[in-house]
Structure formats: C-alpha cells, structure tokens
Write a protein that binds this ligand. Structure first.
Ligand code: NAD
Ligand code: WQD
Length: 339
C-alpha cells in the first residue's frame, strides 16, 4: 500500500488522520518539529494503532531534513498539515507565518519535485472564502484576499501549488478546505491541545468544563442570525480525517487540481454549541456575552456535495458526537498531553 508522508502529523488533525491512514492500510510517516505538539502523542498513536508509526523530527523549512525522508523511503504522496494556524498570532507575526506556511510549503514542493513525488494534499481552510457573499459555500465560491495573514498564507499556498501543476501537469494537487474541526478520537487518547488560552470555541468550552477556565465569553450576540450569535460548520475531526483517506484514494496519481470543501453542510450558532455542550456535560456551561471579535464572519458553512459525489465522502458524526468526544478527551487529559 502507498507510503504517505504526513507533515504536521503530530498535530491535532494530523494525528487523527494518521490513525485513519493506518486503518485504511496506508503506511504513514510523520514529520513534525513539535512547535505545536508534544512527543507524547506518538505513544498515544501507537496505543490506538497497535504499532509504531515512523517519525522524523524536522522543520519543513529545512530542505535537507525533508530530503532525508525521501532518501530513506519511497514516498508516494504527501498530506501537508504542518504550519502555524492562530489567526490573532498571525496578525502580530506575519513574517513568521509567511516563512513557515508559504516558504515551508515551497521547500516541501521543491523536495517532492526533486524526488519525483507528484501527489500533494494540502490543509486549506474555509478562511480562503473570507466573508462569504452567500452560503452555503461551494468550491466555486470566490476565493478572496483574506482578512488576516494566516488566511492569506492559505490562499497563497493554494495558488503556488496550482501554478506548479500548470508547469508540471503530471502533478496531482488536492486542496482540502476545512470548516471548523472539533471533537476527538473516541478513545479519548488524542485530541486538541492548544498552547495557552484557546482561540477556538470548542477547546475553550472543554477547558471551562474541566475548570481550567472560568467562563466562556460569547463574542457578540447582535449578529443578523436567528439568535444573534455567529454560525459555523463544525465537523468532527474523525470525519475530517476519513475525508483525507477518501481524497487520497481518489486523487493519488490522478493528475490535475482537485478542490473540496470538507464540512457537514450544517450551520450551528455559538449558542447552539453552548447548549449542545451543556447537554454533554449534564449542566449549564458558564457563559456571558462580550463584544464582537474583530475579523469574525457572520455565517460560514459548506455545501459538501462535491466531496460526496466525487469522493463518496459524507460527514457522519452528529453535534452530540462532537461535544461528547471533545469533553471525553479533555476529561481524560485535563492538562492536555504531558510534556
Ligand atoms: P496543529 O497546530 O495541531 O498541527 C500542526 C502541526 O504542524 C503541529 O504538530 C506542529 O508542531 C507542526 N508544525 C508547525 N510548524 C512546523 C514546521 N515548520 N515544521 C514541521 N512541523 C511544523 O494544527 P491543526 O489544527 O492540526 O491544523 C493542521 C493544518 O490544518 C494546519 O495547516 C491548519 O492551518 C489547517 N487548518 C486547521 C483548522 C482548524 O480549525 N484546526 C481549520 C482549517 C485548516
Ligand atoms: C467560532 C465561533 C467566535 C471563542 C477559526 C479560524 C479559521 C480556522 C478555524 C484555521 C466564532 C466564537 C470563539 C470564544 C466565542 N482555523 N467564539 N468565544 O473563528 O470560525 O475559525 O478556526 O484554519 O481559519 O478563523 O473558529 O472556534 O475561533 O470561533 O464566542 O472564546 O465561536 O466568535 O463565532 P472560527 P472559532
């Protein structure tokens, strides 16, 4: 079965995808610099898979470190998760985000070209759509200049990869635009473990639930939505991981550019999430309303028909699955992975 390099494979989505790759019979190899992950995740992956997954410590910006993997293994394809992803941090450190996310991706594509590896799957984001003109979003919805450096790096890498495919038509370039990944593997052994105070809603909810944080601030309840809070397409991280296996099956050695929205097609408000999470923990989650957060879009959710029709993939986990599994991970790991 194909050997797949998983950059950022020690991270939240990467680790879940490695599990699904092993289940599907692929041979994943993890490449990660642990800038936003802990080595402990490797043992958890082994515990779930029943075997070790080969691991290389390294930085995607360093050609020789990546090349070493290609010298040691015949890599059939790459799933590229490695990168920085904090919207607020990107505004403060734009050059670091361009260095890692864009330059790092450039080095990776160069190594792939030099070693004859033509299959590239990229972790893109619904953020490339900016403030949607209309929802639900399809893959033909306009890609816009992003409203933060992080989002712009996603737009830039999408274009860079497509330009490579125009110059070298033998490449298979797959752009997976994730909506809002949440939840955790059912075992509770792996999950989302953000550094510092979480920017994202779900880890903030789980940390309030286990007492690491006091109260959720809901950023704005005066939006033009049914309950005044913003709407998002939350998708279980295991559904997202399975989506990568479906994309791999369809796109490996299938030259061209393949773009898919990976979402459920359902939009839930922040208050919907608070209610669902309160149900999961059996008590009302402490929350209060606060001013709007700069950069938030009002409503963003997917039309996932293309992934269903072409990949045969549909998200199957419910909102209750998402909240249950997110809480189960945090309950079992109140401080995240140990150092
Ligand atoms: P994450 O931070 O958990 O995983 C990223 C991994 O990449 C980490 O393990 C980190 O150590 C590694 N990494 C970072 N810089 C590196 C470098 N220079 N060299 C090698 N490894 C490096 O993030 P995630 O939530 O798993 O996201 C994975 C990808 O999906 C990212 O590219 C992110 O932008 C994208 N994405 C995430 C979301 C989301 O909400 N989580 C949504 C859309 C897209
Ligand atoms: C969801 C909703 C907040 C925290 C971000 C990135 C995006 C992608 C996914 C990487 C919003 C509200 C949140 C809190 C709140 N990441 N919220 N209180 O902003 O949709 O997307 O993560 O690609 O690029 O922008 O997700 O979880 O931060 O927010 O009220 O403490 O929850 O205002 O309406 P978002 P989020």
């Amino acid at each position: 079965m194909a050997t797949i390099l998983v950059t950022g494979g020690a991270g939240y989505i990467g680790s879940h995808t490695v599990i699904e790759l092993v289940k599907a019979g692929y041979e994943p190899i993890i490449f990660d610099n642990f800038s936003n992950a802990k080595p402990a995740v490797l043992a958890r992956i082994k515990q779930i898979c029943g075997r070790s997954v080969p691991f290389y410590a390294g930085d995607i910006r360093v050609y020789e470190q990546l090349a070493q993997v290609f010298k040691n293994h015949k890599i059939d394809g790459v799933i590229h998760f490695a990168g920085l992803k904090a919207v607020g941090e990107s505004v403060k450190k734009p050059l670091e985000y361009y260095d890692v996310n864009v330059n790092g991706s450039r080095v990776l594509l160069q190594v792939m070209s030099d070693f004859g590896c033509k299959n590239f799957i990229f972790s893109s984001s619904a953020t490339v759509y900016g403030e949607p003109d209309a929802v639900p979003l399809t893959e033909d919805s306009p890609v816009k200049r992003a409203n933060c450096p992080y989002g712009q790096t996603k737009v830039d890498v999408e274009y860079m990869a497509q330009e490579l495919q125009i110059a070298h038509p033998e490449f298979s370039i797959t752009l997976l635009r994730y909506f809002n990944p949440v939840g955790a593997h059912e075992s509770g052994l792996i999950g989302e473990d953000p550094r510092g105070i979480p920017n994202n809603l779900m880890p903030y909810l789980t940390q309030v639930a286990v007492g690491r944080l006091e109260c959720l601030s809901i950023f704005g309840n005066d939006y033009p939505t049914p309950d005044g809070t913003c709407i998002r397409d939350y998708i279980h991280v295991v559904d997202l991981a399975v989506g990568h296996v479906a994309a791999l099956k369809h796109c490996l050695d299938n030259a061209g550019v393949h773009i898919y929205n990976l979402g459920t097609g359902n939009g839930y408000s922040v208050l919907d999430m608070v209610k669902a999470f309160s149900k999961a923990i059996g008590r009302e989650l402490p929350h209060k309303f606060a001013p709007r957060r700069a950069g938030d879009v009002v409503s963003c959710y997917a039309d996932p028909a293309k992934a269903k029709n072409e990949l045969g993939w549909v998200a199957t986990h419910t909102l209750d699955d998402m909240t249950r599994d997110a809480y189960n991970w945090q309950k079992n790991n109140p401080n995240g992975y140990e150092d």
